[in-house]
Design a protein around this ligand. Structure first.
Ligand code: FAD
Length: 278
């Protein structure tokens, strides 16, 4: 069982608990993005097991009445085993998503995985004509070109600042420079994408920017935030008519995810403690 202190950031150990969390969120007009925790499997059996879990999760969402989609990590479904294994497993998940009308997101990991992830994703999303989305990261210098490549493809792009420590040879390492690039990329998306713009950020500056650009260009968009982070802002945006998705991790590998949230922001531990004590 997940201790109360971690349950602010992780919905439970089972898909049933995660779906129940989405059901409550939907009451507040926030949709869910479900992520089974797991990454960096070099044993194909582990990648196959998590692929199977995603297929079952998609079936469960398809059978339920909740507003939810899924998000998978490439190294969770075989990228560390090989690009072919990853592409095969992602194809199975994408096909099942299309069959059940459940949207499939692909998370982005460190820069050494970008080409293989983008290639497999682009082939599938063009074949399916949508129903899928990919995360791209503003800290990587290449991302403007990757966005241009996807601008005329069906599907969505979630643009984020980037969570991985990357070398200066491929990435902006200064926080202000990442923010500057994030602004440029968000502006480019609102100007060049017909739809499919997803801004994955808790930063009030960029949430406001997305709202302004939507007013200016009319491009449909959504805001995505993590479970347990700025929850009140998620509810307020949704009440104000913004399409909001909450990214919801679940599963038995919750400890390292919880530890990461606390390490990146000490206040998270205080928030979690306060939630338990109040
Ligand atoms: P930050 O630069 O961390 O913070 C800016 C401001 O936001 C802060 O000053 C504060 O005002 C506010 N804020 C931030 N955190 C908090 C908090 N805990 N409580 C209160 N206010 C806060 N990265 C990847 O590399 N690959 C992915 O696939 C990926 N998927 C993601 C999916 C979603 C839905 C989200 C939200 C993020 C994802 N990320 C991913 C992580 C992302 O790259 C950033 O590392 C992360 O979102 C932190 O950046 P930020 O834009 O939220 O703002």
């Amino acid at each position: 069982m997940i201790p109360p202190i971690a349950s602010k950031f992780v919905a439970g150990e089972t898909s049933a608990e995660a779906i129940e969390h989405v059901r409550a969120l939907n009451e507040r007009d926030v949709a869910g993005i479900l992520n089974l925790l797991g990454e960096h499997y070099d044993d194909p059996a582990n990648a196959a097991a998590d692929t199977q879990s995603y297929l079952e999760l998609i079936d469960d969402i398809g059978r339920s009445d909740v507003d939810a989609c899924v998000s998978v990590k490439p190294s969770q479904i075989g990228l560390d085993v090989g690009a072919d294994t990853f592409a095969e497993n992602l194809t199975e998940i994408a096909d099942r998503g299309a069959e059940r009308d459940v949207f499939v997101w692909v998370d982005m990991e460190d820069h050494t995985t970008t080409d293989a992830t983008l290639d497999a994703y682009e082939e599938l999303v063009r074949e399916h004509g949508g129903g899928m989305g990919l995360c791209l990261q503003a800290n990587l210098e290449r991302t403007r070109e990757d966005l241009e490549r996807l601008a005329d493809a069906p599907g969505k792009v979630r643009i984020v600042k980037g969570a991985y420590d990357e070398p200066a040879s491929v990435a902006y390492t200064d926080k202000d420079r990442v923010d500057e690039n994030y602004r440029d990329l968000i502006e480019y998306m609102f100007e060049s994408f017909d739809d499919g713009v997803a801004v994955g950020s808790h930063d009030p500056e960029f949430v406001s920017l997305a709202r302004e650009l939507h007013r200016e260009h009319g491009t449909p968009y959504e805001i995505q935030m993590l479970m347990g982070v700025r929850t009140d802002a998620q509810y307020e945006l949704a009440a104000d008519g913004v399409e909001v998705y909450q990214y919801i991790p679940y599963g038995n590998k919750w400890f390292s995810y919880f530890y990461r949230r606390v390490r990146e922001r000490k206040e998270n531990l205080l928030f979690a403690l306060r939630a338990i004590l109040s």
